[in-house]
Ligand binder design. Structure first.
Ligand SMILES: [Zn+2]
Ligand SMILES: [Zn+2]
Length: 340
């Protein structure tokens, strides 16, 4: 089989032959890939941003947003069977540590992140996972949901955390209506009654935002802070920043009302905030990492009821380098998906 492997940072990954995976532990599930999401994190991996944090040995197979069909299971696997359609939670966890016991499996002490710190799913056939795989309705096409495994769950997790702040009468600004942002908008619309304003430099992205739940859209043309202030009557209670780089992260606090919360979801930039601003305005900066197993189950419920739809652009695995270039240059609407 073939896989897309990173051999060196700052170099395009290579599509090459690798051995077929086999079950090596009792909890392993082997999944034939039906679709694998292409994520800005993959670009950040290639740029070397994750090298130290993940400590991964090169070369390795990237791809952390995977869905497909079970082909083989380890002796202890009871929740899925051969033939099931599944989506893979991006961070397999132990289920036993205190964080897992508390349902906060994002902070599991024994988790891994296939595609980031170990081999992932950009493959022509199967990927191994130490579990858990979440079973989907029969007939779900994996390529339609694969990116919900990370892009989706991350956006949903942030919305779920922001929910108590977003009672009726509040305003939420979504910065960035790309792969994550468009799931965030739909999750906000499904879970809250907040007024949603979406900011993006791309008019087509704003058009999509309007179709999926945005009440107002603002073109990021330099006047967005003033426009948001006018629409939201002085600022939003919550800013969901799906960009987190290229200046968006520095602008976010100006979009908030006093007492507001800046949820940082996209990354790559740096915050530069005077402590007196944080104190005198009593604003919050909140980090968000992926999501819990339950977040994924809840999001799949919304997806299978048609309340959250992933907008995708598919590429055959052979076109992986075109897909990466399209993502780099902002040419993908919604989410890029590699289909073996
Ligand atoms: Zn991702
Ligand atoms: Zn754990």
């Amino acid at each position: 089989m073939r896989a897309v492997r990173v051999h060196a940072y700052h170099e395009p990954p290579r599509l090459e032959e690798v051995p077929e995976p086999t079950v090596s532990g009792p909890h392993d599930v082997i999944v034939e890939i039906g679709g694998a999401g292409l994520c800005r994190t993959d670009l950040h991996i290639i740029e070397g941003q994750w090298a130290e944090i993940s400590g991964v040995q090169l070369p390795y197979t990237i791809g952390h947003e995977n869905a497909g069909w079970v082909t083989e299971v380890g002796s202890a696997v009871t929740n899925v069977a051969v033939g099931d359609t599944v989506i893979l939670h991006p961070t397999p966890t132990c289920g036993l540590c205190l964080a897992c016991r508390a349902g906060d499996d994002v902070h599991c002490e024994n988790s891994s992140f296939p595609g980031i710190d170990s081999d992932g799913g950009w493959r022509s056939t199967c990927t191994p996972t130490p579990g858990p795989a979440s079973k989907l309705d029969e007939g779900t096409n994996p390529q339609d949901v694969a990116a919900l495994a990370d892009a989706g769950i991350t956006a949903y997790h942030a919305v779920r955390k922001a929910m108590p702040l977003l009672h009726p009468g509040t305003h939420c600004v979504v910065v960035g209506a790309g792969g994550l942002g468009h799931i965030g908008i739909q999750s906000l619309a499904a879970l809250t009654a907040t007024e949603i304003t979406v900011v993006d430099p791309n008019p087509e992205a704003l058009e999509l935002a309007e179709q999926i739940g945005a009440h107002h859209t603002v073109l990021a043309d330099g006047s967005q802070v003033d426009q948001v202030a006018e629409i939201s009557h002085g600022g939003a209670q919550v800013v969901l920043d799906f960009v987190g780089e290229a200046g968006a992260e520095k602008q976010a606090p100006a979009l908030l009302k006093n007492g507001g919360s800046h949820f940082v979801i996209g990354y790559g930039g740096a915050l530069d905030l005077d402590t007196i601003q944080i104190v005198s305005r009593e604003i919050n900066v909140i980090g968000n990492l992926v999501g819990t197993y339950n977040d994924l189950v809840e999001l799949m419920n919304l997806a299978q009821r048609g309340l959250v739809t992933l907008h995708t652009q598919t590429y055959p695995l052979d076109a992986v380098h075109d897909a990466i270039a399209d993502l780099e240059h902002g040419r993908i609407r919604g989410r890029g998906i590699l289909v073996p």
